[in-house]
Design a protein around this ligand. Structure first.
Ligand code: S3P
Length: 168
């Protein structure tokens, strides 16, 4: 059973959609950030603050290798998984890559009160969202399947991906 790997910027709904989709398909949902936090015994914000982003990216990279070697998973990735092309090629070898997109306004709506994302911490979240989006959008846009989640419910996005998977 091929995996489904959900990719996309923070706040595009990877976790909520992933859970729903996994239930619909009878697959197991795994959330990369949650696994990393559980294994490290501390939240992502603390990992970034204490050991820095490169340390986190190493943990993320190792977890990609581990999950890409499994099957029957719906994987909710962290938004920065696209930064390393090896992550994408490893996941693509055993799974369907689907990129969730959302407008900066929708993203801001979804992360406005969030304190768990170190890259968006502090004042002027919109400026941070736009800055990171600008550098990453080409990486997200290059993924084979794109789903624009603006105005769609979690159930609608999940159903759309279920059809993509069935047709794959
Ligand atoms: C990150 C996104 C986060 C998390 C970390 C870094 C990013 O995951 O992995 O804070 O670089 O975009 P979500 O996309 O689940 O918020």
């Amino acid at each position: 059973m091929r995996n489904i790997v959900l990719i996309g910027f923070m706040g595009t709904g990877k976790t909520s959609v992933g859970r729903k989709l996994a239930t619909a398909l009878g697959l197991s949902f795994v959330d990369m950030d949650a696994i990393i936090e559980e294994r490290e015994g501390r939240p992502i914000t603390e990992i970034f603050a204490t050991d820095g982003e490169p340390y986190f990216r190493d943990l993320e990279r190792n977890l990609v290798c581990e999950l890409a070697a499994r099957e029957g998973l719906v994987v909710g990735t962290g938004g920065g998984v696209v930064l390393n092309p090896d992550n994408l090629s490893d996941f693509a070898a055993t799974g369907l890559l689907v990129c969730l997109q959302a407008s900066p306004e929708t993203i801001l709506d979804r992360v406005a009160h969030d304190t768990t994302r170190p890259l968006l911490a502090g004042e002027d979240k919109m400026k941070k969202i736009l800055g990171i989006l600008e550098s990453r959008q080409p990486l997200y846009a290059a993924l084979p399947h794109q789903v624009d989640t603006d105005g769609l419910t979690i159930a609608e996005v999940s159903e759309h991906i279920r059809r993509l998977y069935a047709a794959d």
